[in-house]
Ligand binder design. Structure first.
Ligand code: FES
Length: 156
């Protein structure tokens, strides 16, 4: 077993202990693993399956059912660019293009340094302030391409 797999195994073990190895706590167990790694590593899912004695397919079906879970590494910060109709007509596509250009990734991807995950969303209910960009929980309204770089450099 690789060093990383051993570390994951130990961490999963501690999380399972916390939930007393109860199969009914699978969602909470996966939430804790996601919080630890910012995604659900394959080795962790295999370990959960093995230790709880439930099929790996069952673990994967829960892991892929909830949108909050990710099977691929995510950035420390999530950027959501609204492309709903109101934001779209106010220039959201140009804003998204600029974010993609600055980060060197496309929507749906994560930067290689795992700093940012970029996603597009539809209306987030703040149309009057569009275009809207949300970084983590912070809304920025009336976004322009000039505001993109200062916004990105303000995060660690
Ligand atoms: S369309 Fe972007 S907030 Fe409504």
């Amino acid at each position: 077993m690789s060093e990383q797999a051993t570390r994951i195994s130990e961490k999963v073990s501690a999380i399972l202990d916390k939930y007393r190895h109860e199969e009914g706590m699978l969602v909470s167990i996966l939430q804790d693993i996601q919080a630890e790694y910012n995604h659900l590593p394959k080795d962790a899912l295999v370990e959960v399956s093995r230790r709880l004695g439930i099929p790996l397919t069952q673990v994967y079906s829960v892991a892929t059912f909830f949108k909050a879970f990710s099977l691929t590494p995510r950035g420390r910060h999530s950027i959501h660019v609204c492309l709903g109709t109101a934001c779209h007509v106010r220039g959201a596509v140009r804003v998204l293009d600029e974010v993609e250009r600055e980060l060197g990734i496309k929507a749906g991807e994560t930067t290689a340094d795992l700093k940012y995950t970029l996603e597009r969303v539809n209306c987030v209910g703040a149309c009057a302030l569009g275009p809207i960009v949300i970084v983590d929980d912070q809304f920025s309204g009336e976004m322009t391409i000039d505001k993109v770089k200062p916004m990105l450099t303000s995060y660690d």
